[in-house]
Write a protein that binds this ligand. Structure first.
Ligand code: ADP
Length: 473
């Protein structure tokens, strides 16, 4: 663990495994509630000096961290593929995305402006100043084990906050590598602290209940996010939550069905479908279903599942037995209720794949609202297609979920594109675009998908308080 500028052991170690092979790839320190408190002590002690260091100094350190991460891109990506399973090409893309947040917030650090507000009284002046919220605790997931860390650490540090981070229990090695970069970049002792553990609950409990912690930032499941939000409410901590999604991908008859199907295949199987913005329900207008499904089926069948270190692999393993069980249960349920299986539909157990959690890229059509896959987040390599007749019907079905993170629309009709952009109850809408994400763009959801935004100009706001000064002269 990295606490107060020192690398420290835990009460013991826990093992980390490669999900493609089941091999043990390393050990991480077993931290607990006491380590979380020690890290918060360090973050509290470091806060006044870091907040006072000034935007230019904080910016320079983040800029250095960006340079170092880019220089170590290949090494970090290899570690990510071994620890998380995604194909090396995708891991390289993620490290670049992760580094982008360091650069973006190195720049935004210098753009935290105040305001002067006119008063009705001639003798009065109002000044508004933005201040760091204080000590931040952050919890990150395993599916994007490097970028989800920089997306929180970079804006927190840019704003002048200090931070304690707990990474997912299955990807602590990536987190340790990121913190080595922060150390090498010269981030002062206590400003950024890392507590690793295989038992998240006691550490999470300290994060939620220690009164010195002023902000909690979490990315993970809706279930855990809801629990943390409730726990943190007692002390009115500021909370940012980036939770699950159930993204609709809507293809209208005025779109090119082949282009749309290629887009659907590309985004659906990214990270083996283990992304909160992964399309979970593909709605296709009935009149173009045939060419769309033909192309999508060919694209899905052409995916190659395998170890991410093999450059022929386009999809990696799922992350755990639990993940495989969920995907299998959703597919079985859909088939029992009358869905059509075009390709896939089973666990892959040959050619060495039996050692990892591999599930065949799968295409289902004739999916209906009665099926679990229509309602539940899948987090796996299954593309369920649902047909519709009218725009109104598509919009109603797309919004018929308690989630509200990403959504996608394919249409060549400008007025329809605008109606969908405005009508979809989601934080992000890709119009003929499968990747509406960037360090420069606000990422986040509404409804059960969470609170707050990460990245962009908005990302740093999450770590700032507003202070008003009323001056009588
Ligand atoms: P997933 O099901 O995708 O693994 P989780 O929400 O369980 O999503 O995990 C996301 C992050 O939340 C991980 O860092 C995990 O360790 C953490 N987490 C899980 N349960 C708790 C808890 N009770 N308290 C604090 N953090 C938790």
């Amino acid at each position: 663990m990295y606490i107060n500028g020192q690398w420290q052991p835990g009460a013991g170690d826990f093992a980390v495994f490669n999900p493609a092979s089941g091999e043990r790839i390393g050990l991480a320190p077993e931290g607990g509630a006491d380590d979380a408190r020690a890290a918060i002590d360090a973050a509290c002690a470091a806060f006044p000096a870091w907040a006072a260091a000034g935007a230019y100094e904080r910016s320079a350190k983040l800029y250095r961290a960006w340079e170092l991460m880019m220089a170590k891109r290949e090494e970090l990506a290899r570690l990510m593929t071994a620890e998380q399973g995604k194909p090396l090409r995708m891991a390289l893309t993620e490290v670049k995305y992760a580094a982008d947040f360091l650069l973006w917030f190195a720049e935004e650090a210098k753009r935290v402006y105040g305001e002067i507000i006119p008063s009705a009284r001639a003798d009065q002046r109002f000044l508004v100043r933005r201040e760091p919220v204080g000590v931040v605790c952050a919890i990150t997931p395993w599916n994007y084990p490097v970028s989800m860390i920089t997306r929180k650490v970079a804006p927190a540090l840019a704003a002048g906050c200090t931070i304690v981070l707990k990474p997912a229990e299955s990807t602590p090695l990536c987190a340790m590598a990121v913190f080595r970069i922060l150390e090498e970049a010269g981030i002062p002792a206590g400003v950024a602290n890392l507590v690793t553990t295989s038992a998240p609950a006691p550490v999470g409990e300290v994060f939620c209940t220690d009164p010195r912690v002023r902000k909690l930032s979490f990315t993970g499941s809706t279930e855990v996010g809801r629990m943390l939000y409730q726990r943190a409410a007692a002390q009115f901590k500021r909370v940012s939550l980036e939770l699950g999604g159930h993204a609709p991908f809507i293809v209208f008859e005025d779109a090119d069905p082949v282009h749309a199907a290629k887009g659907a295949a590309a985004v659906k199987f990214l990270n083996t479908g283990q992304a909160c913005i992964s399309p979970n329900r593909i709605f296709v207008q009935r009149s173009i279903a045939e060419p769309f499904l033909r192309t999508l089926e060919a694209r899905v069948a052409a995916q190659r599942a395998g170890d991410g270190m093999d450059d022929k692999s386009t999809v990696g393993p799922l992350f755990s037995q639990r993940a495989i069980d969920k995907v299998e249960a959703q597919v079985q349920d859909a088939l029992a209720l009358g869905a059509t299986l075009h390709t896939g539909g089973k666990r892959l157990t040959e050619g060495g794949l039996e050692r990892g959690f591999f599930y065949a890229p799968t295409l289902l059509s004739a999916v209906t609202p009665a099926m679990r896959i229509y309602r539940e987040e899948t987090f796996g390599p299954v593309a369920p297609v649902i047909l519709f007749d009218t725009e109104q019907e598509a919009l109603a079905m797309a919004n018929d979920t308690h989630y509200g993170l990403a959504s996608y629309v394919y249409t060549q009709n400008l007025a329809r594109a605008m109606r969908m952009f405005e009508g979809l109850q989601f934080g992000m809408v890709g119009i003929n675009d499968i990747n509406p994400t960037s360090a420069a763009a606000p990422f986040g959801g509404i409804k059960d998908s969470g609170l707050g935004r990460e990245g962009a100009r908005q990302g740093i706001e999450e770590y700032l308080e507003t202070k008003l000064g009323g001056f009588s002269i």
